[in-house]
Design a protein around this ligand. Structure first.
Ligand code: NAD
Length: 446
């Protein structure tokens, strides 16, 4: 919404949220304190806020005034009832639709920006069209393809924008209205229009394909570790084939983030509900492989530290699920830490953008052990050198660029020997580290 406001100064954008603390943070005088860390975002907010970008908790007023409403609420995996652990929880979507239905006095275009299971628009439509208020609603699907960490450049220069809508004259008119917004900065040929259902499904499929590439290369990484093939060389060799392409071929400790797992589970659940179990099993394997990779990384650390990490200090460099974000949802670091804590390790974390409260909160959320035990075994540091002091081993969990440029000799001098590094992102120069004296284990390299 901030980027729409930046690129369309003639459009008034009001972002509303029930969460008052979040809205207050978005309104913080110092735009460096906004709640989301994304390179370039605070500058965009500084430019547009107060001009045509506003943040408020007055949801009713914003609904009443708007001609177009983007529903961008959370759609997490269900934690209860039918579809628990698989399907999307559409509670917040439904609440939004009901509130819009109740408050609206004039015709509106409703845009599904949240990622939703295919055919959700049907439910939204049902709620909106049965209010008896005489107000007309058109529902569009406009899934978001930005990647966290590069959100601003992705939004300014997207590969494509996807807009789905009813193929009726009114539906097509609504599609054109939204095309008109994006066309302020995106070439028309990159704005794709489809029917509603193709658009809803395409977002799930896009994430499933991306995650599948990661699980595919990670599966090969394990085979490489057995065979003396090097996964980085294999990735380069296959990525130069233009049919395969070089992106998303980096072996790692596994993918995280709020979207990949939830969206694939969603796809799997939808397939199962249609009785197409082979298709469901096929995509579910992407998740199974990812869970295996995270667990394998943790257990390799235990094995390499002479089959016990009890009482040993293991420094984690990185906690965010990827670099250039402060988002930790589903981060591999959480699950690796949880495994090592089961083995009674002492974890010492440093992440450039994630604070102690978040790290402990992520572990407590798993409810594997009491919060006091997590606090006792996990220490969070303001810099990497302190986190690595007297550690038995270092694990790289996030690919932050700064890790490459550390004074690794200084870190080595401060560690217990043999000093071990488990590079879960294959970002460090292993040869250089070995020359210092480190024992280095990378992913997919024997
Ligand atoms: N994070 C991403 O990179 C990304 C990318 C593409 C798509 N998406 C999709 O976008 C959606 C939102 O994701 P997110 O990461 O921003 O989630 P989030 O949980 O960070 O934000 C959702 C916000 O919605 C607010 N909210 C919930 N119900 C509300 C209501 N009835 N009225 C007003 N506000 C309400 C919550 O308070 C919360 O602040 C999800 O469907 C997600 O799959 C996210």
């Amino acid at each position: 919404m901030a980027v729409i406001a930046k690129m369309c100064p003639h459009v008034k954008v009001t972002v509303v949220d029930l969460n008052e603390a979040r809205i207050n943070a978005w309104n913080d005088e110092n735009t460096e304190n906004i709640p989301v860390y994304e390179p370039g975002l605070s500058e965009v907010v500084a430019e547009a806020r107060g001009r045509n970008l506003f943040f408020s908790t007055n949801v009713d007023q914003a609904i009443e005034e708007a001609e177009m409403i983007f529903i961008s609420v959370n759609t997490p995996t269900k934690t209860y009832g039918a579809g628990k652990g698989m399907g999307a929880d559409l509670k917040w979507i439904e609440l939004c639709a009901r509130q819009i239905a109740r408050v609206s006095k004039s015709d509106k275009i409703i845009v599904e920006k949240s990622t939703l299971p295919v055919r959700t628009a049907e439910a939204v439509k049902d709620i909106l069209q049965n209010t008896g208020s005489g107000v007309n609603f058109q529902i569009l699907s406009n899934p978001e393809f930005l990647a966290e960490g590069t959100a601003v450049p992705d939004l300014l220069n997207p590969d494509r924008v996807l807009i789905g809508g009813d193929q009726t004259p009114e539906g097509k008119e609504a599609i054109e209205a939204l095309v008109g917004i994006y066309a302020n900065w995106i070439p028309r040929e990159r704005i794709l229009t489809t029917n509603l259902w193709s658009s809803e499904l395409s977002k799930l499929v896009a994430n499933a394909y991306l995650a599948q590439r990661i699980s595919s290369i990670n599966s090969i990484s394990e085979l490489c570790e057995k065979t003396e093939a090097d996964v980085n060389e294999v990735a380069r060799a296959i990525g130069t084939d233009s049919r395969i392409g070089p992106k998303f071929l980096k072996a790692s400790v596994g993918f995280g983030g709020s979207c990949f797992q939830k969206d694939i589970l969603n796809l799997v659940y939808i397939c199962r509900s249609f009785g197409i179990n082979e298709v469901a099993d096929y995509w579910e394997q992407v998740i199974i492989m990812n869970d295996h990779q995270k667990k394998r990384f943790a257990l390799n650390i235990v094995k390499d530290l002479y089959n016990t990490v009890s009482g040993k200090k293991i420094a984690f460099l990185g906690w965010a699920f990827k670099k250039d974000t402060n988002d930790t949802r589903e981060s591999a670091a959480i699950y690796v830490a949880d495994e090592l804590l089961n083995e009674e390790a002492m974890i010492r974390v440093y992440d450039p953008k994630v604070k102690e409260q978040q790290i402990l909160g992520d572990l407590n959320y798993l409810a594997t052990r009491k919060p006091e035990e997590n606090s006792e075994h996990v220490a969070v540091f303001e810099d990497a050198y302190s986190a690595c002091e007297n550690a038995h081993a270092i694990a790289i969990l996030t690919e932050w660029d700064e890790f490459k440029d550390y004074d690794w000799q200084r870190i080595y001098d401060g560690m217990l020997k043999p000093a071990k590094i488990f590079d879960g992102r294959n970002i460090l120069d292993a040869e250089k580290l070995r020359a210092i004296g480190f024992k280095v284990k990378s992913i997919g390299v024997k």
